[in-house]
Design a protein around this ligand. Structure first.
Ligand code: 5GP
Ligand code: ZN
Length: 112
């Protein structure tokens, strides 16, 4: 499958990994929007949050455990943001489920 993030999982495309285990990998975003900007993804190809169901939701729970671990490791004690853009109108540019873990600055709401 021609998917950038599957290629990052396989190592075909290099990335700066900050965490990896059997089911997920986390790496620095190529164009960081905050001092800490990590992408956490499942190793299996899931297109977006719209494809989460009873069978595969466990990996999403695990991704949130990993987000908390990375946030602690990165010293984001003041707070952080976790975002998953789902679909074109939300601005999802890579069609492999991913969660942006961002911190190290203050954020506006709902954007910025
Ligand atoms: P989206 O726009 O789909 O929510 O987020 C996709 C993110 O992936 C963007 O923040 C973009 O900078 C990042 N990205 C796209 N291609 C690559 C890549 O090859 N390597 C890394 N590390 N990040 C990428
Ligand atoms: Zn993929």
């Amino acid at each position: 499958m021609d998917c950038i993030f599957c290629k990052i999982v396989s190592g075909e495309i290099p990335s700066a990994k900050v965490y990896e285990d059997d089911t997920v990998v986390a790496f620095n975003d190529l164009e960081p929007q905050a001092p800490v900007h990590v992408l956490i993804i499942p190793k299996t190809h899931i297109t977006s949050m719209a494809d989460i169901n009873e069978e595969n939701s466990g990996v999403v729970a695990h991704i949130f455990e990993v987000a908390a671990i990375i946030a602690k490791e990165k010293g984001l004690d003041d707070g952080f943001r976790v975002v998953s853009n789902c679909g074109d109108s939300a601005g999802q540019s890579v069609k492999h489920l991913h969660f942006h873990l961002m911190g190290g600055r203050t954020f506006g709401w709902p954007a910025g």
